[in-house]
Design a protein around this ligand. Structure first.
Ligand SMILES: Nc1ncnc2c1ncn2[C@@H]1O[C@H](COP(=O)(O)OP(=O)(O)OP(=O)(O)O)[C@@H](O)[C@H]1O
Length: 245
């Protein structure tokens, strides 16, 4: 980490649902241009954490800034710099791919061209197809294109490639690499070790709402005395990470 201002700064985040403590005192600093992976078993608190970072869920305690802005208080300004793809996007099913892309591009002053967005997610030949007629994987790819419409400087992706076929998954990785080269700061919630090892500068390990470690993948493997990230995850959490396909 450098001493420059972090792109994302989360401090002491805490969130409870009834009796369940979903996120317990989580702090993260993500440097500009960094790709941070968030790994954890089902229910570890990954989605709640990224929703709080994105300003979509209010923390019970703690604070977040994105490029120095408060995602709750400075909503309009944050919307201009942040792209978010969440697990289950709710989009208007009767609108076509082109219409949805046009709608989202309209939110931003200098949006990415439609053709470029479609190419980034491999949906060039689906322009005229209604959202409800797309396959699950295609809907997911469209939600990623929509997250990229405003050329975000910070991007939050919740399970980027879960449910995608191998070809679409590789294409999505290439897209992330391209955005990384453009200097976009990316938070990537993932269940796929190969994805995390390939794309992420550091990995945040969440378990039962608590942050166990934030380190480069290789450092986590070394610290756990493991052979690979899979084994390191088991060694550090005592749990097996199920691949959510
Ligand atoms: N809206 C909600 N109401 C009640 N409990 C919730 C709600 N959302 C999440 N939880 C609980 O909070 C905990 C953390 O959930 P969260 O979705 O953040 O985990 P996750 O790591 O993203 O899980 P997954 O890998 O399954 O997506 C879980 O125990 C979950 O059951």
């Amino acid at each position: 980490m450098t001493s420059e201002e972090p792109a994302i700064h989360a401090e002491h985040l805490h969130r409870r649902y009834g009796d369940t403590v979903a996120v317990d005192d989580v702090g993260l600093r993500v440097a500009p241009g960094e790709v941070l992976g968030i790994l954890g078993t089902n229910g570890a608190g990954k989605t709640t954490t990224v929703e709080m970072i994105a300003g979509l869920r209010r923390p019970d305690r703690g604070r977040v800034t994105i490029l120095g802005l408060d995602p709750q208080r400075d909503r309009a300004a944050v919307r201009q710099v942040l792209g978010v793809q969440l697990q289950e996007a709710e989009l208007h099913g009767a609108l076509t791919v082109s219409e949805l892309i046009g709608l989202y591009r309209g939110f931003y002053p200098g949006p990415r061209p439609s053709g470029e967005l479609l190419e980034l997610v491999g949906l060039q030949d689906k322009r005229g197809v209604r959202f409800e007629k797309l396959s699950g994987g295609q809907q997911q790819r469209l939600s990623i294109a929509l997250a990229l419409a405003g050329r975000p400087r910070v991007l939050i992706l919740d399970e980027l490639t879960t449910g995608l076929d191998p070809r679409a998954r590789r294409q999505m990785w290439a897209t992330i690499e391209l955005l990384r080269d453009e200097g976009v700061t990316i938070v990537l919630v993932s269940h796929a070790m190969e994805e995390v090892e390939r794309l992420c500068d550091r990995v945040a390990l969440l378990d039962a709402g608590r942050l166990l470690a934030v380190e480069p993948p290789a450092a986590l493997v070394a610290r756990a005395g493991a052979r690979n990230l899979d084994d390191a995850f088991v060694a550090l959490t005592g749990k097996q990470l199920e691949e959510a396909e």
